[in-house]
Design a protein around this ligand. Structure first.
Ligand code: FES
Length: 164
């Protein structure tokens, strides 16, 4: 499996996390959640390390668990995680033009999830439960209602400026 950008793994930090969960196989999900919190995704090296460190596990089992649960990301996430809702209400009210405006503003090629500078990552999600506000975009935990191509471009420009 290839996960693109490789991340320098600090194994002492991983040991700390593993030990804080008693190095127990039954705590694997919690351990992976913590690792994802630290790196914003699950680096391949970290999964291999966990799989060899914890008794009763193997790297293959850790990969299996990580790919099974949607909450885990095997690709690096951006500092700003953009989620475009493509549930029915949002789709009907124009989430696709909004998505395309984001891709074009951030220069994301088809299939590319994270910008080269690691600042933004983009994904589509199913109904966020805010259909009255469709089309909805969420960036980190902030909800942007009734987005249009122009509006989202302004939002992105603002984030880019603030990040400087
Ligand atoms: S369809 Fe987008 S919030 Fe429900």
């Amino acid at each position: 499996m290839s996960v693109g950008n490789s991340h320098k793994i600090d194994t002492s930090r991983l040991d700390e996390i593993i030990n804080s969960y008693d190095a127990k196989k039954s705590n694997l999900i919690a351990i992976l959640q913590k690792v994802q919190e630290v790196y914003r995704y699950l680096p391949e090296e970290a999964m291999i390390y966990i799989g060899t460190k914890i008794e009763g596990l193997s790297p293959a089992t850790v990969f299996g668990v990580a790919t099974f649960y949607a909450q885990f990301s095997l690709e690096p996430k951006g500092k700003f995680e953009i989620k475009v809702c493509d549930g029915t209400a949002c789709h009907v009210r124009g989430s696709m033009p909004v998505l395309n405006a984001i891709k074009s503003r951030l220069d994301l090629k088809d299939g590319q999830l994270t910008t080269n500078d690691g600042l933004f990552s983009l994904e589509t999600v199913s109904c966020l439960g805010a259909c009255g506000l469709a089309p909805v975009v969420v960036i980190n935990d902030k909800v942007y209602p009734q987005m249009t191509s122009d509006a989202i471009t302004i939002v992105l420009d603002t984030l880019l400026k603030e990040d400087k």
